[in-house]
Design a protein around this ligand. Sequence first.
Ligand code: HEC
Length: 130
Amino acid sequence: MMTAFGRRRGVWQAVMIWAAWVSMAGPGWAEPVGDVASGKALYIERCVLCHGSKGHGWDWGQKVMRPPVPVPNLVEVVPQRSDEALKTVIRDGGEAVGLTRFMPAFGFNMSAQELSDVVAYLRSLYGQGK
Ligand code: HEC
C-alpha cells in the first residue's frame, strides 16, 4: 500500500521535473517563431523572380522562358500545406516533396530562423498571419 503510493509519487515528481525543464527550455527548444518582415526581404531576394511579388507565379515576363513546369500560385497552395511541408520544399527543393527540381533547394544558405521567417511571410500573403 505505502510502496504503491510512493512509487506513484515518484512518477509525479518525474513528470513535474520534466514539465519544468520543458518550460524553462522555452523558445530555444521549439521551432523559431517566424518574422514576416525578415521573411519578406528574403522572399524578394530569392523567390520573387519565379513566384511573383504576390506569390501568384512567374514574374519574368517575356524576358526569360518559363520553367517547363507550372509555377504554383502560392496564395492557393500554401494554406493547404503544413509549416513542416513548406520548410521541407524550401530547404530541400521540389524533389524532396515529389515535385521537380525546378523548385531549387535553399537549405545550403538558409538558417532555421530564416526558413520560419519565409514561411511566416508566405502565410501573410493570404492574410492568415500565422
Ligand atoms: C527558379 C525558380 C524558383 C525559385 C527561385 C523559387 N521557386 Fe519555389 N517553385 C518553383 C517551381 C517551378 C515550383 C513547382 C515545382 C513543380 O511543380 O515541380 C515551386 C514550388 C514551390 C513550393 C511548393 C508548392 C507546393 O505545391 O507545395 C513552394 C512552397 C515554393 N516553391 C516556395 C518558394 C520559396 C519560399 C522560394 C524562395 C526561398 C522559392 N520557392 C524559390 C520555382 C522557383
